[in-house]
Each structure stands twice: as structure tokens, then as C-alpha cells.
Design a protein. Structure first.
Length: 341
């Protein structure tokens, strides 16, 4: 059976810091009255972390076409290279990427994720490097990214005891369109009033070191202290800021790391282009409407808030842009070229 672009049922996660912004910002119908902090857009992960992430094993379910109702994992097993190309699966056999939307109505905990070395030496801990793309931000909203220059582990422990951790963190005000790469080991927090798209390695291992005075949630101070890189987060080399214009398409390079590449792609209304790639590609649609077409599926529509997985092998695939479109295109280091470059 020829493959086609796949869409998935969002997996919503209620969080103490969550909200309902996804309803208006991304046109979602959220369940119940819970404060939704995370929408897992694309995931195939069997790992259950011993930490404060609270997500655990999840598998996305396909919502369109001949594979409707099947999991992404089912599709990976059945279609193999047609879906994945030469891209190897994650260590647990799942898809080597986890894509989310995060709605922070309150500050997330100050936290850190384990390094490769820590993950190798500690069962139940899995490397987690991630990138945040800011979709919306209230005036003055900020993230916390890295520890101020010169702060020692001893000083940081004192700040935990004295509830002054914020004073030792690097605070960065953000606005829509900003990108921040957060390699494992970076002490960080997403601040209140921010909506982000998150692209990360498939892990939910999170060590909370400070929770803004909230009670009832476990802290993981000793684990976090083993993982924190003290000092500013040196991530400029991962955020190239390149720009490529080709036949009315603008491709801006946002992140280049060993786990994934992220580009912001802008296409005008009326634009059409064939889709060819040797590896799977993920689209997160930020603005606009349109559809893809290929032999296996006459049309797969997209709109703001949709996430699509484009398989490595599609026959006669094209994108048709109906209204001006902006999307994040996520590819892998093995991919020799962007799909829409």
C-alpha cells in the first residue's frame, strides 16, 4: 500500500501550570475543564521515566486515510523503509522524535534533563535535548535558560534552600518567532504566558530542582545537581539563523543539532511544489491552509495547529498552498536537503 502524509490524534496532558490557550490559538477542542499544559502531537515511546515528567509511554494514533486507527508504531513495523527511509528508530524501537505544544499559564519548574553519560549510568533516565519555538507570548514573558556565570554548585544549593533560584538563572524575554535550543544538562524553565512548539528527543526524564514555592510535586535535587551544566547555555552554534529563498519559498534555519534540524518555511497562497525526500519529515503548521496530494491519498488537508508526518517514500506527492502558510519543518541530520528548499 503506497504511503501518504499522516495526521495524528493529539494526546493532552493536564498540568498544574497549564491553561486553555490551545482552544483559540490552535483551534482545538480540549477535553473537560482541565488546565492542559501539553499536547503531544507525534510520539512513539515505550520508555517510562523515573522522574517528574509525568508523561511516560505513549503512541500516536493515525486519524486519516487507509491507516486510520492504527498507531504510528504499527505503521513503522508494517512499512519500514517506506516510512522511515534509512532513519534508525530510537533505542526502544520507537520514532526518534517527540513533538509537543506547551501552554504555560504559570511558570514551569526549574528543571534539567540528563546527559548521555547520566542516562547510560542510571536506569530509567533517558537523554532529553529539546528546542522551543515561541508561538505566542504575553508582554514581558520570559524563559530561564542556563545559570549565571560564576555560580557554583554550593551557591545553587543555598538558593534552593532559600527559594532564590530565580536570582541565579539567566532570564530571557521572548516574543513570537523566537527559537531556543536546550541541550541536555541545561538548567531551564518555561515562564508564564508563553505558548511554544517543542521538538525533542523521545524522553520524558525531567529532574525538578525548584518549583516556585508550589507544594505537592516531588523535587529531584540530587539527580538534577549531577546533570546541571553550570554557566550560560552556549547554544548559538546550534541556531544558525540562515535564510534561503527559492521559487517564492523562504526557508529559515532555526536549529541544527545532532538529533534534529528545524526550519521555518513560508509559502505564499497559490504555491505548488513536488515533495521529495529520502527520510521522514515532520510539519507543524503555524499559519495557513492547504493540502497535499499523492497517489495513495487524493488529498490530505492541513490548517493551523496541524502536525503531519510525511513518509520517506510517497508517489507523486505535492503540496498545494491555499492561503499563506508558515510551518516548522523538522528533519534529521541524515537528511541531505530540506524537503521544500
Amino acid at each position: 500500500m503506497p504511503l501518504y502524509p499522516l495526521k495524528f490524534e493529539p494526546i493532552y496532558k493536564a498540568k498544574v501550570w497549564g491553561g486553555r490557550v490551545l482552544e483559540d490559538a490552535m483551534g482545538r477542542t480540549l477535553p473537560g475543564d482541565d488546565m492542559i499544559g501539553e499536547s503531544w502531537e507525534l510520539v512513539d515511546m515505550t520508555q517510562t521515566s523515573v522522574s517528574g515528567g509525568g508523561g511516560g509511554a505513549e503512541r500516536s494514533v493515525i486519524t486519516n486515510g487507509a491507516l486510520v486507527g492504527r498507531t504510528l508504531h504499527d505503521a513503522m513495523i508494517k512499512h519500514g523503509p517506506e516510512l522511515m527511509g534509512n532513519l534508525p528508530p530510537a533505542d526502544d524501537g520507537g520514532f526518534p522524535l517527540l513533538v509537543k505544544l506547551l501552554d504555560a499559564s504559570a511558570n514551569l519548574s526549574v528543571q534539567v534533563h540528563p546527559s548521555e553519560q547520566y542516562a547510560r549510568e542510571n536506569a530509567g533516565a533517558f537523554l532529553k535535548s529539546e528546542a522551543w519555538y515561541v508561538l505566542a507570548a504575553e508582554p514581558g514573558a520570559a524563559i530561564y535558560k542556563g545559570v549565571k556565570e560564576g555560580v557554583t554548585a554550593s551557591q545553587f544549593r543555598d538558593a534552593i534552600r532559600n527559594n532564590t533560584v530565580e536570582d541565579l538563572m539567566i532570564r530571557i524575554e521572548v516574543q513570537p518567532g523566537d527559537i531556543h535550543y536546550l541541550p541536555s544538562g541545561t538548567c531551564h524553565a518555561l515562564g508564564a504566558g508563553i505558548l511554544v512548539a517543542e521538538v525533542q528527543t523521545p524522553s520524558d526524564t525531567t529532574f525538578r530542582v525548584y518549583d516556585w514555592g508550589r507544594t505537592g510535586r516531588e523535587l529531584h535535587i540530587e539527580q538534577a545537581m549531577e546533570c546541571i551544566h553550570f554557566g550560560p547555555a552556549d547554544t548559538a552554534r546550534f541556531e544558525p539563523g540562515t535564510r534561503l529563498e527559492n521559487d517564492r519559498t523562504v526557508v529559515e534555519g532555526l536549529v541544527r543539532c545532532e538529533h534534529f534540524h528545524i526550519d521555518r518555511v513560508t509559502m505564499p497562497a497559490g504555491y505548488e511544489q513536488p515533495l521529495t525526500a529520502a527520510e521522514p519529515v515532520v510539519w507543524m503548521v503555524m499559519e495557513g491552509t492547504g493540502h497535499t496530494s499523492c497517489r495513495a491519498e487524493e488529498q490530505t488537508p492541513y490548517q493551523r495547529g496541524n502536525t503531519l508526518l510525511l513518509p520517506a517514500a510517497m508517489t507523486g506527492a505535492q503540496v498545494h498552498v491555499e492561503t499563506d502558510t508558515v510551518m516548522l519543518e523538522v528533519t534529521f541530520p541524515q537528511t541531505s536537503a530540506n524537503l521544500l528548499a
